[in-house]
Design a protein around this ligand. Structure first.
Ligand code: G1P
Length: 296
């Protein structure tokens, strides 16, 4: 592995079926659901680019062509906007295709997040890389990914992002057992368990959808047997790495206290849209005034 080389690769799994949003996602990828006026996935791609990642790989599947189209040029539309003198919208349209280069690989079988990450093996090769899950949007002011990349470089292991949740909600997440590291902001992850029952959860620290992984994870994923539902779990592979002291062993956590918007289920999605919309300079104040009147 090349040491000291800046991390440039991001893997964005986007092959999920989006069943929670049916029928909206019957013919449209869930990643294309709009959050105000841009699809959710664009926030994630922008976050990766803003964190300095320049080589982006999206893991897609059947019925996901809209993702490729969204990040591609659209000459007819661009010409039409130009002819109308609509330069703001032209810039918005061109911005999405200027975020790349984006690469795509298809996950033929929906065999879980671990399998999706494994689909990136050939593209990533033998370097640390970031994984960004589309259901979590991280406010660009909060720079979570950059601090995770720094921790990966310092520790040489893999890094997960953790948030404190209400203990009753831990069963929706991977859960981490951690201990403090002297003189550091990050924690050491002693163990991880995927979606534990409230009674079995080792903590209220939940794994959210940002990871910076050592490439050792690929060999571990190859050897990770499918768990519940026939899926290869990334959490299971990280559990193995957490207790390994070989090359690329060790898992660390960055406890995130910034702004995160979950778009993974209907209620959270609506809250995310409203939170982000209410911060818009062009109509945020109007929206808040309307909301106050609406709730009273
Ligand atoms: C996945 C991971 C889980 C993590 C979550 C974060 O679960 O398996 O450990 O807490 O993402 O969003 P999913 O939400 O895909 O079921």
């Amino acid at each position: 592995m090349t040491l000291g080389k800046p991390l440039t690769k991001a893997v964005i799994p986007a092959a999920g079926l989006g069943t929670r949003f049916l029928p909206a996602t019957k013919a449209m990828p869930k990643e294309m659901l709009p959050v105000v006026d841009q699809p959710a996935i664009q926030y994630v791609v922008e976050e990766a680019v803003n964190a300095g990642l320049s080589d982006l790989l999206m893991i897609t599947g059947r019925q996901k062509r809209a993702l490729e189209d969204h990040f591609d040029r659209e000459p007819n539309l661009e010409r039409a906007l130009e002819a109308k003198g609509d330069f703001d919208r032209l810039e918005a349209v061109q911005h999405a295709s200027g975020l790349g280069p984006l690469h795509f690989v298809r996950q033929g079988d929906p065999k879980g997040l671990g399998h999706a990450v494994l689909c990136a093996r050939q593209h990533v090769g033998d370097e640390p890389f970031a994984v960004l899950l589309g259901d979590d949007l991280i406010d660009e002011r909060d720079q979570l990914l950059r601090s995770m990349i720094e921790v990966q470089a310092r520790t040489g292991g893999s890094v997960v992002a953790l948030i404190e949740v209400d203990p009753a909600q831990i069963s929706a997440y991977g859960c981490a057992d951690v201990s403090a590291v002297d003189g550091e902001d990050h924690v050491r992850v002693n163990g991880l368990v995927e979606k534990p029952s409230v009674a079995d959860a080792p903590s209220n620290l939940a794994v959210i959808g940002r990871y910076v992984l050592h490439p050792a994870v690929f060999d571990v994923l190859e050897d990770t047997p499918p768990g519940r539902g026939g899926e290869i779990k990334l959490t299971d592979a990280l559990q193995t790495l957490a207790t390994s002291d070989g090359e690329g062993g060790g898992v660390y956590g960055v406890i995130f206290k910034g702004r995160r918007y979950d778009t993974g289920d209907k209620l959270s999605y609506l809250k995310a849209v409203i939170s982000i919309a209410s911060e818009r300079v062009d109509f945020g104040e109007d929206l808040k005034t309307w909301m106050k009147a609406f709730v009273s």
